[in-house]
Write a protein that binds this ligand. Sequence first.
Ligand code: SF4
Ligand code: SF4
Length: 93
Amino acid sequence: MSTNISIIFKTRDTRKKERIIKHIVRIIARFSLCLGCRLCELVCPTNAISIKLEKNKYIINIDPKLCTGCLLCNNLCPVGIFYEKAVKNSYST
Ligand code: SF4
Ligand code: SF4
């Protein structure tokens, strides 16, 4: 199964667009394929993340009151990094 995603940008800056796509891809990968390594829990500076195993699937909970949007969790997640690299050549900005 393949899914197409369209994103409308308000910027023409290619670097900004690439950064946004990178984070979106990583977020999708993390939330659907989390391996439960808990690295994100460990690095989150505000303890906003908790990982729970429910019905054989790891669930990422982020407390919006605590999250500052620093994206450290997204930058360090091995699953997100792997899949973002894997799809990098398949998107155009
Ligand atoms: S770092 Fe990534 S793989 Fe590890 S628990 Fe967090 S979301 Fe899951
Ligand atoms: S974006 Fe930053 S503050 Fe928010 S959950 Fe991730 S590491 Fe924590």
